[in-house]
Design a protein around this ligand. Sequence first.
Ligand SMILES: Nc1ncnc2c1ncn2[C@@H]1O[C@H](COP(=O)(O)OP(=O)(O)OP(=O)(O)O)[C@@H](O)[C@H]1O
Length: 485
Amino acid sequence: MPAATPAAPSILIVDDEAGLRTQIKWALAPWPTLMAEDRLSALDLFERERPPIVILDLGLPPDRGDAGEGLATLRQILARQPLTRVIIASGNQDRANARRAIGLGACDYCSKPVDADTLRVIVERAWNVYRLEAELNAAGPEPEAPDGLVAAAPAMRRAVDLARRVAPAPVSVLLTGESGTGKDVLAKAIHRWSPRAAGPFVAINCAAIPETLLESELFGHEKGAFTGASGRQIGKVEQADGGTLFLDEIGDMPAPLQAKLLRFLQERQIERIGGRRPVAVDVRVIAATNRDLATLMGEGGFRQDLFYRLSEIEIALPPLRDRPEDIPALALHLLRKHRAIAAGAPRAFAETALARMQAYPWPGNVRELENRVRRGLTMGRGAIGPADLGLAPAEEEEGDRPAEVATVDGAPAEPLPTLRAAQEKVERELISRTLALTGGNIQQAARRLGISRPTLYAKMRALGIPRDEQATAGSPAPSEKEEQA
Ligand SMILES: Nc1ncnc2c1ncn2[C@@H]1O[C@H](COP(=O)(O)OP(=O)(O)OP(=O)(O)O)[C@@H](O)[C@H]1O
């Protein structure tokens, strides 16, 4: 046990029996201690002193035989400061409640009467883990770049610098990179950094809209232009007038529309379907793709002249696995972004979780990281552990808590996953297996799954499933029947 120094943390002892409080205080000497006898005085002291370690008896008044008051104290302390290491001190007969407390985020357990040596070891370990986690969560690379765009890794910084430099110029930009690498966020940032920032930013995902609807979505139509055109519709290109048009998944644009888009880029005017006169439109175009356009052009799937029009400047976003320096910074940024997801959601990562995130290959890139952080916020109690992120090895998954936390009798605490987390897991597995079966063919996979192609795309994006290289972009649009499925 280190000698107490001015930096030594206070330890809050919450027990309604004065004798036991004193016993613990002497066991921990010379560390400074604070004493509370019930929930309210404990929370009051916690608020004022913010002790990093709390030793908590679960049987607090008014009903000492019931753990309700102790568990409520635990919850309220962790809601105020999730990094707090709460050690449960409880009678032998109360193991079940101690287990519940661990499930709620307590870090350890010691039985009463307290053995001084054991308690000192537990407290020392709690203090070490606390310091490590506090350091990891407070320091590190500047977690949030201005504009909500994290770029700590050199490769990512280069991409963002280039984007900043080209933003003011009236040139078209092509953003390339795997699905979920941040093309969409970067496109928005370029718009904000450009002289068009006060104008609209209008995005259209060329892969998510059935081919039959894409033309009118892009260029609009006049009333009566085709069956069902009950009124005039202004297309995305026109909506972006004075601002930026973001053409996402441009590699999936069908050939006839590629020709029409090229014409627009040359003439800077469009014609609505069924329209009689051209309309001049002033937009800056940013396009993005996760497909290899060079290969596509070689196969005749993408027009070379259009490619040159769209890619006056090309910015390649590296996959997350190639920029490990971004992982902790992004994880913290995303934690802050989604913290409101659940009341009392964790506000920090366990050290083991950060290590596991660094080692994981991130096939779904930042989108997958974001989904996992959201899952961690829903599942986690106290600091988010690897299992909360779905990144624990199979044998640890069961416990659903970081190893250093689930320690009661060696028995894992098992908070159940939320229904949504369970659904997402099943959907992710099923979609991945179906895509593997169909060799990445989106249309076939959608048919097998009984959903439309756009729905499948939307689900893949939401679940962070990367789009397989072999996916057939030129696959014909789904029939109306499929769309309704
Ligand atoms: N550098 C970053 N900083 C902060 N958030 C990021 C960053 N990169 C990605 N994200 C977040 O990750 C998610 C996925 O990013 P985004 O939609 O931009 O990826 P994408 O490359 O456009 O994907 P797709 O090719 O599937 O359209 C978004 O919620 C985005 O806010």
